[in-house]
Ligand binder design. Sequence first.
Ligand code: FAD
Length: 248
Amino acid sequence: MDPKSPRNHPTQHPVTVSGHRTLSPGVVELTVALPTNETFSFQPGQWVNLGVDLTSQGLGLLTRSYSIASAPGPDDRAQELSFAITRVPGGPVSNYLCDCRPGDSVQLEGPFGFFTLERVHAETPMLWVATGTGITPFRSMAHSLGDSRGKASPRVQVLFGTRTQEDILYAEDFGAMPGIDHQVTLSRPDENWPGLRGYVQDHLDALIAARPPEHVFVCGLSDMVKAVRAHLKEKGFVRQQIHTERYD
Ligand SMILES: Cc1cc2nc3c(=O)[nH]c(=O)nc-3n(C[C@H](O)[C@H](O)[C@H](O)COP(=O)(O)OP(=O)(O)OC[C@H]3O[C@@H](n4cnc5c(N)ncnc54)[C@H](O)[C@@H]3O)c2cc1C
């Protein structure tokens, strides 16, 4: 591993919330501004710890991990970071973050993680599988593949699973990217939904047959990640081809 890799230099920053928008009924996108006098670089796919002071609720300082949804930027140095946060019923940190407003302060530590494209050649056929806010690391990766467009043409199939049409996240980003085939499957679609239906696991065979991937990246809650991994192993994929990130 490159000793200068940003993943080896996690740093801690107090950051200020600079943006807040509702992405779906249960998900908020939070943007934080990084201190201008410090450098923050990361690999798309990495995550950070966000710490919030919940002393007033008797909980003290609580920290949770969140994947970075934004791309590093043209010079690989981010000035802002965005996160997509699922509001977990009864969850102290996700609810606090979903209710944050511009100007609020949060502790940020990172970046961390190995769920990146660092060792994958840009032209390698890939399948990215996500449910819910598990799509966020792929949004960061997709934007950075976009930045390198012209140098190489990525061959990426994205399979995103969620419940209903209003829960779809970042469709405008993936839909607009050349070289990326974006498929959405809904587990509770209404009758007019023209896309795929069911769970992500139901569509793996068809996507693999259409464009066999060399690497598969999977991100979301454990049950889905385990089910997809087991399915891929049955299909003959080996450990080195399967990259996973689990949120619980
Ligand atoms: C590497 C990593 C990256 C992560 N990135 C994200 C991210 O980009 N966006 C995001 O929303 N969360 C992400 N998470 C989950 C996040 O860290 C918290 O677990 C989540 O926000 C719940 O925290 P809480 O304090 O509100 O609730 P807690 O009381 O800590 O958790 C309650 C329960 O919620 C469940 N849970 C955790 N995440 C979810 C979820 N997304 N949907 C439904 N149930 C969940 C867990 O099973 C947990 O037991 C990530 C976790 C890890 C380990």
